[in-house]
Design a protein. Structure first.
Lengths: 321, 531
């Protein structure tokens, strides 16, 4: 019996040592594989949304999170131009809510935004517990997120100090001037029906709202105009969720006439995403909405924000091209 | 739960949880744990369709016992035949037993046909109706099939055939039979086990031994490497070429055919490594499904090395009964007189072989391309059998030693090409697409597209090819050692800890770094799960 116990204890000890060694190896390799610059330009660390890391500490008023609907519709530079608000779009194509949650945490590392806008299309994107678990593991050991960097890694970059000072003049907005319109019938037809929302997605929204509250910010759900992706059933689902969680909700699809969205000229892909003219209309509205409802200061004459004025000049030149 | 054994949920949560509980529980409770885990696993993929699996177990359990009862009754009567002859008694009981066997076949194969072939059958009926100019068509039914139905149905049939043939005794323990049918590692993609392979060992609930555990983990890691590094990495390029083959020349199409053959092997054999490794942890030895198939010199040999448990199933339950049937025996006797000792038996065995390959094609899927796939391989095996004596005599006349390396290499390459073309039809979007792809390879072959950049715009780059080659070299080395009956797994286990541990860490890091997962990759679904 004594021998057996000794044997078991020895095995447990070996197992613990093995896993401890593995954790060390994974941490070291994670350090090696984590990009040393926030100007990635690759699918692993796209530069658009990581430009936020290069912004001066505590200078961002609002962060916009979501999928391609968000980066196509909100231009922080236009909101700066009109209202003097500093905002940043941290969105990626087909963003899952656990990714949104990652961006939220990343945003609060260096910034203290007062408002966090979550574009609601991402809330309906299907995800599984396995996906969220994998995401958690990737957060612990970034080797699993950046492993594909072996393709473009250089030996000399391994020991280099991380430099996350790069900023994006578009502040995460991806400008598209192409027009591919659609003759639109009324897509927001009233109904009592509700699109089902998976529990796991609900929990993520609740978790994000709680995180914002704890950090002195307010989470706002916003549905961006999209005649292809949005409908009244989805609206009802988000409205109910917002009421349950006591979160503000704005559905721009219900006021797309008020915004003067013309689906023949304001979309780049037949009603799926907005193009630059559509984004201008939405950004004008959103700038005013944020300034009025959250009493965000106008920083345009503040010297600490002079970089934003120079970035605006470059932005305007680039969108005119 | 996902149907993939390579998922995080299976490898990092489900399997460790079952192992942990198995370690804690007393020996008697372990088989119950395995059964509960297996049914939970099945339910998490197919939900209420688990009822089909339980129904199959009920059918074979009940009919198996009935067959055993009839045999005992027959044996009793044979001891005291009275005024009846023994032959009469045997014939009478044979008739009864055949009836029950037919019921078992009807219920099991009927369920399989309902779930797998109803859509295909209705589709063909509609085509016939259309041929006669009628507009009315039957709605094509669409519903999900229970996961692994083709595999567990084959196991159920093997069990009932073996009981009928008196090779095994029927199992009185319903739960033991249920565990044999539903054991979670094998339920999705096999291997197709025989009752005598695993049932008893599964029910013993032996303790987990450290050597079994390590061998199992090593095998699982090897399978994960094959799946994540090679099969998943090739997934996007294969999808792009197969769906848009009209836009590419024959060299690109040929590359996709080779990629698909490799992907299929790496995915299926990789999954088998995970399956067999999982079972090995619990001390269960499952039959191997692959034995270095790409070392085959002929198509016939290929099928002895590829999906072995399916091949042996067809051999034992289709080929032999057909070849030993009265009409074919008679045919052999007559043909032997007229055609001699080689071609005489060949005539009847070819008919039996035709039945096997027709069933093989249909088993793989409800579609004409699958039937074509079966016939394609049948043709090569048949031609191989026919020309064998001529090839031998030609080689003798030309003084070619058939065992010399260049000749063997030529045979191996030829077999690989035939297999790749067969798999191309197998994966093509329909039979017509398969022929068009073959046409492209034969008439529009521009080798330069393989290196002028065309291939690298389709979802794979030079570094991807490089890492695939490295992984293939590893698999090749392991295959060579296996072929020489050397177990690399046992060799690693016998090394001291300071050698073994770095090997384990290297394997984990190799998979973590070079695996095709995360942003930009689409993992391949379990390729045999739907067969």
């Amino acid at each position: 019996m004594g021998v057996n116990l000794k044997k078991i204890l020895r095995r447990i000890m070996y197992t613990v040592i093995f896993f401890a060694g593995l954790i060390v190896i994974l941490l070291v390799s994670s350090y090696i594989f984590t990009p040393k610059s926030n100007k990635g330009g690759s699918v692993l660390k796209p530069s658009y949304e990581t430009g936020l890391l290069g912004e001066n500490k505590d200078t961002i008023d609002a962060v916009i999170i979501g999928d391609s609907e968000a980066y196509s519709a909100y231009s922080p530079m236009l909101m700066w131009k009109n209202n003097g608000i500093t905002s940043y779009v941290c969105s990626t194509a087909a963003q899952q809510l656990y990714w949104s949650d990652n961006f939220l945490h990343e945003a609060f590392e260096k910034q203290k935004p007062k408002v966090v806008i979550l574009e609601t299309n991402a809330i309906f994107r299907k995800m599984t517990y396995a996906d969220t678990s994998a995401n958690r593991i990737s957060n612990m050991f970034s080797i699993f997120r950046y492993h594909d960097r072996w393709k473009d890694m250089k030996l000399k970059s391994i020991g280099r100090k991380a430099d996350y000072s790069w900023t994006d003049d578009n502040k995460g907005f991806r400008c598209s001037s192409s027009v591919n319109g659609v003759r639109q019938r009324k897509y927001m037809k009233y109904t009592d029906k509700t699109r089902p929302l998976p529990d796991i997605n609900r929990r993520y929204v609740s978790k994000m709202a709680e995180y914002c509250r704890k950090n002195g910010a307010e989470l706002v759900l916003v549905s961006t105009p999209s005649s292809k992706n949005w409908n009244y059933q989805k609206h009802n689902a988000i409205e109910r969720l917002a009421k349950e969680q006591k979160i503000k909700y704005v559905d721009l699809n219900l006021i797309s006439d008020q915004l003067h969205i013309d689906w023949l000229s304001d979309t780049r892909d037949r009603g799926d995403h907005l193009n630059y003219t559509g984004a201008t209309k939405v950004s004008d509205f959103m700038g005013n909405y944020l300034a009025e409802n959250f009493k965000l200061k106008d920083h345009r004459n503040d010297k600490a924000y002079s970089k934003w004025n120079s970035a605006l000049q470059r932005y305007l030149l680039s969108v005119q091209k | 739960m996902s149907a993939s054994y390579c998922s995080l949920l299976y490898l990092a949560a489900f399997l460790p949880a079952v192992i942990l509980l198995y370690l804690i529980l007393p020996q008697k409770a372990r088989p119950i744990l395995l059964l509960a885990a297996s049914w939970f696993f099945f339910w998490s993929i197919s939900g209420t369709l688990i009822i089909c699996l339980i129904f199959s177990v009920f059918v074979i359990h009940g009919i198996g016992l009935k067959l055993d009862g009839l045999k005992s009754e027959r044996d009793e009567k044979l001891k005291n035949p009275g005024d009846r002859s023994k032959k009469e008694i045997k014939a009478e009981y044979q008739k009864y037993m055949r009836r029950f066997l037919a019921i078992a076949i009807l219920l099991n194969i009927g369920l399989l046909a309902f779930y797998k072939y109803m859509g295909f059958t209705v589709c063909n009926i509609n085509s016939v109706i259309k041929l006669f100019g009628c507009k009315a068509a039957i709605d094509i039914p669409s519903y999900a099939a229970p996961i692994g139905i083709s595999f567990y149905t084959m196991q159920a049939m093997a069990y009932i055939f073996d009981v009928y043939r008196e090779k095994i005794k029927a199992d009185r323990n319903f739960f033991r039979l249920a565990l044999f049918m539903s054991f979670f590692p094998q339920i999705v993609e096999g291997p197709i086990c025989r009752y005598s392979d695993t049932a008893i060992a599964l029910w013993e609930g032996k303790r987990i031994r450290s050597n079994d555990f390590l061998m199992g983990i090593q095998r699982i890691s090897f399978g994960v490497m094959k799946k994540i590094i090679v099969a998943d990495r090739l997934n996007i390029v294969i999808g792009n070429i197969y769906s848009g083959y009209k836009n590419y020349d024959g060299a690109i199409v040929a590359a996709s055919a080779v990629f698909y053959a490799l992907q299929l092997y790496m995915e299926f054999s990789g999954t088998m490594d995970i399956v067999i490794g999982s079972a090995e942890i619990f001390g269960i030895t499952m039959p191997e499904n692959f034995s270095q198939p790409f070392f085959s010199k002929t198509i016939s040999e290929f099928w002895k090395r590829w999906h072995i448990t399916l091949g042996t199933w067809f051999r034992d339950y289709i080929f032999y009964p057909a070849a030993m049937s009265k009409p074919l025996k008679k045919l052999t006797t007559n043909a032997r007189k007229k055609l001699g000792n080689h071609f005489g038996p060949l005539a009847s065995s070819s008919i039996a072989l035709f039945c096997v390959w027709l069933c093989n094609g249909i088993w793989h899927g409800a579609g004409w391309q699958y039937i074509f796939y079966g016939m394609y391989h049948f043709s090569f095996i048949l031609v191989g059998n026919i020309i064998e004596p001529f090839v031998i005599s030609a080689a003798q006349k030309l003084h070619i030693r058939r065992t010399c390396k260049p000749y063997v290499i030529m045979q191996t390459v030829r077999t690989f090409i035939i297999v790749c073309i067969g798999e191309m039809f197998f994966n093509a979007h329909g039979l017509r697409a398969g022929f068009e792809m073959l046409g492209k390879i034969l008439t529009d072959f521009t080798p330069s597209s393989l290196w002028n950049g065309t291939l690298f715009k389709l979802g794979i780059d030079k570094l991807d090819i490089l890492i695939i080659c490295v992984a293939l070299l590893i698999v090749l080395s392991v295959s060579i050692t296996k072929e020489k009956k050397i177990s690399l797994g046992k060799w690693i286990i016998s090394r001291p800890l300071y050698v073994r541990i770095p090997i384990y860490y290297s394997i984990i890091l190799f998979i973590a770094i070079f695996g095709a997962y995360g942003t930009g990759y689409v993992p391949v679904d379990p390729m045999y799960a739907n067969f």
